[in-house]
Design a protein around this ligand. Sequence first.
Ligand code: XMP
Ligand code: MG
Length: 182
Amino acid sequence: MHQDVSEILFSEQDIAERVADIGAAITRDYKELAGPAGIVVVCVLRGAAMYTCDLIRAIDMPLEVDFMAVSSYGSGVKSSGVVRILKDLSSDIHGKHVVIAEDILDSGLTLSYLIKNLESRGPASISVATLLRKNTPNQADVNCRYVGFTCPDKFIVGYGLDYAEHYRNLPYIGVLKPEIYQ
Ligand code: XMP
Ligand code: MG
């Protein structure tokens, strides 16, 4: 285990199993509904990149993958509440069935903003597949159709999640020692 991590919450195998479950659920829910056009999986960069790569390989139906980068955190550990689009989607989602792949739902501000923003583009539908949902007090009411794991209100790193751009390459999800960011 990395010396800056106090505890492993979800092992590489735990993650692989949950991601396979989510992929199977998405396939079940959308295969007929979306037909040959398939779905658009929107990866929220950068945290959800690793998750999205694994998730799309667990979905057995036609799909496009597109990427969006938003920022609500800077390099710190608290959401600023202000969401900026750093990179927009490359394709038009009008009339498409969209599944947002997000790494973690914390305050809920990022996803609330994203859903509203993408809804304004006239997709056929939008759902959210978040890998993690944090037990955060006063979390915004975000409808997540697919949730991988719920996790404690601690700072989490690994499997794409970072602190100041580090730890994304850890194959597991763990708790960052508070002394690293305090
Ligand atoms: P909100 O508060 O808007 O936050 O729901 C969502 C975004 O904040 C990042 N985030 C984290 N990143 N460990 C991380 O590495 C965490 O514990 C954590 N909590 C929130 C994440 O980028 C997410 O998209
Ligand atoms: Mg981050």
